[in-house]
Design a protein around this ligand. Structure first.
Ligand code: GLC
Length: 604
């Protein structure tokens, strides 16, 4: 269901440390040599997920009742609505075999610019889409007129040059008497021997069929969202699967939801939680499985469709952090794909036809993931030539794109959509690069500016970035010292630093022209006493000030819904004598029981 991987935090910590060790980082080193097996997949960046099975025939409803859970994953209806295996099997009768044509899915994927497809060969319901000789729960056994969709899909993928992978639910199986079913948490009645019986008589032989009868299989996508040690699945069982895969199809990729971490040499890539986008720069191969709607399987009551822009930005975000995006469709029991999905995939495909260069075989650079407020950056190295793709989500009103942190000088700047590569003028001062944009953005979704370099980019990973419209915000995400507690944003409170001690906070910022800079500070003081602080711009000026209690703000009128007030407090003007790097040091001077909540320091 909604799974989050703890390993994310661990890697985050590691990366934070890296930031401070290497202030200037050579981009040529950032893309690690990944396992050769995974190379094609990393290069592809974008793939299709298909959730299709008996549940597609239920359409998220059973006997007039909708799916019994607010998380309306339609493929969970057998479990959620407590449907017997036999009654659920009869859903096979709803399938319109004359209309079902898997080649249409392949063509849709291809037009969307996707390079691979992963289909739910067997989902948690335990029902096989292919003509299995193992057990009695497959389309063939329920409807002799049915087709082997997996065989047809494999043939169509081959024809159209799309790689094929299988989702296989190894842990959860609601059909087999000894498969895992979460309701067993109540009874604790499944022995290890029984589970192994399921494993040996269903999982292993079915995987053997899938790896033997359908040509080249590019990946097996397993679905266990916690480490196997926290489940009934034992290490020797997952290792048995790995041996089978390596024996039959050595190049077939295996994802981390097998139940092992990506640090295991036999796990080819990490799968984050459902719809969990990347938040940190990672060098190991990883992906987000994502939905266009909310449910994975077809749900007639679906009303949460993401926009094309959202989906494109998700893909770009992941690529900018070296990740992949596998986007799901849930066809109906006649094989048709909902119009909302088709239209978004078509738009994405059109965007990729122009801008694919900035996605395929591209990765990210190791600047802060939230560095720029206008969008994201992807990167590609072609021998001596390095290219940055500035993915502009929000075309600046003043038509100046502000890029911070690259100190090498671009050889050229142009729009990716411009076949003539007309030069865009730019101005570079230290780590600040200002690119002059045309008045109209070339793409209604995301417009891409290419920067070409003949040398390494020389990233400055410490300096705080300029905002759109100019000005620099110093906050939790670009702080250099990192002992201070960071409090995440919630629905009404901004992300902030919780300051108790006299710890010195440090930021680095850049000023590109001499003159006066206005400074201000946003904070909340929940106590009843003033809190004093000292802010030093190293070598220039020291400001000391008291911050009075701030009280509350009414969030919603007449609902007694209040939040902490964060107040924007002027700190006065600072005279900057010459362009260059400056350091801000901030320290509390009052010892109090209440902590100061520091939102940002603004320099403009
Ligand atoms: C979860 C769900 C499942 C869905 C999958 C996709 O594991 O249980 O229904 O197939 O996520 O990522």
């Amino acid at each position: 269901m909604t799974h989050f991987h703890l390993s994310q935090n661990v890697i985050y910590m590691k990366n934070i440390r890296l930031v401070f060790i290497y202030s200037v980082f050579m981009v040529s080193n950032v893309l690690n040599a990944q396992d050769l097996r995974t190379d094609w997949w990393t290069d592809a960046r974008f793939g299709m997920f298909i959730h299709w099975g008996l549940y597609s025939g239920a359409e998220g409803m059973w006997k007039g009742e909708k799916h019994r859970h607010f998380n309306n994953y339609a493929e969970w209806i057998k479990y959620r609505n407590r449907i017997s295996t036999e009654a659920y099997g009869k859903l096979a009768e709803r399938f319109l075999w004359d209309d079902i044509d898997p080649e249409e899915w392949v063509i849709l994927a291809k037009k969307a610019g996707m390079h691979y497809i992963t289909i739910t060969a067997k989902h948690h319901d335990g029902f096989a889409l292919w003509d299995t000789q193992v057990g009695e729960y497959s389309f063939k056994q329920y409807d002799p007129e049915s087709k082997d969709v997996i065989a047809e899909l494999a043939a169509a993928c081959k024809k159209h040059g799309i790689k094929l992978g299988f989702y296989y639910s190894h842990w959860v199986d609601w059909e087999h008497p000894f498969g895992w079913d979460h309701n067993r948490e109540l009874s604790d009645d499944l022995s290890a021997e029984e589970f192994d019986q399921y494993w040996q008589e269903k999982v292993m032989p079915q995987l053997r069929e899938l790896l033997t009868n359908y040509g080249e299989i590019a990946m097996l996508w397993f679905d266990m969202w916690i480490p196997h040690q926290e489940t009934i699945v034992e290490e020797h069982q997952v290792r048995q699967v790995i041996s089978l895969v390596r024996e039959l199809q050595p190049d077939c990729l295996i994802n981390s939801r097998l139940g092992l971490p990506v640090s295991d040499p036999d796990i080819d890539f990490e799968t984050l939680g459902d719809n969990q986008l990347g938040a940190i720069y990672q060098t190991n191969p990883w992906q987000t499985p994502g939905t266009i709607a909310h449910s994975w399987g077809y749900n007639a009551l679906e009303n949460e469709w993401k926009s094309t822009n959202q989906l494109l930005q998700a893909l770009i975000n992941n690529v900018s952090l070296n990740g992949n995006f596998m986007l799901n469709i849930g066809p109906r029991a006649d094989g048709s794909v909902p119009f909302e999905s088709i239209s978004r995939l078509k738009d994405m495909g059109q965007w990729l036809a122009t801008n694919g260069e900035a996605i395929y075989q591209a990765g990210g650079i190791a600047l802060r993931p939230t560095q720029h407020d206008w969008g994201k950056i992807t990167y590609k190295s072609e021998g001596e030539r390095k290219k940055l793709y500035l993915q502009v989500f929000n075309w600046p009103l003043d038509k100046i794109l502000r890029v911070t942190g690259i100190t090498a000088t671009p050889k050229s700047a142009y729009l990716l959509a411009d076949k003539l590569k007309t030069n865009l003028s730019f101005d570079q001062k230290g780590p600040f690069l200002h690119i002059d944009l045309p008045r109209i953005q070339p793409d209604p979704f995301v417009s891409v500016v290419v920067l070409e370099f003949g040398e390494d980019l020389n990233l400055d990973r410490e300096v705080a970035a300029e905002s759109s419209f100019g000005g620099v915000s110093l906050h939790a995400r670009n702080l250099l010292s990192h002992k201070a507690e960071k409090v995440k944003a919630d629905r009404v409170t901004p992300e902030h630093l919780l300051l108790k001690e006299a710890e010195v906070l440090e930021w680095k910022f850049y000023v590109d022209a001499p003159g006066e800079k206005q400074m201000s500070l946003s904070y909340a003081n929940p106590g009843i006493k003033d809190i004093d602080f000292q802010l030093e711009i190293k070598g220039l000026e020291t400001i000391t000030k008291s911050l009075p209690p701030t009280g509350k703000v009414v969030v919603e009128p007449n609902q007694q819904f209040y939040a902490e007030e964060f107040v924007d407090t002027p700190l006065g003007k600072v005279n900057i004598p010459e362009p260059g790097y400056y350091t801000v040091l901030f320290q509390l001077k009052t010892r109090s029981r209440e902590s100061l909540k520091l939102n940002w320091i603004w320099v403009e």
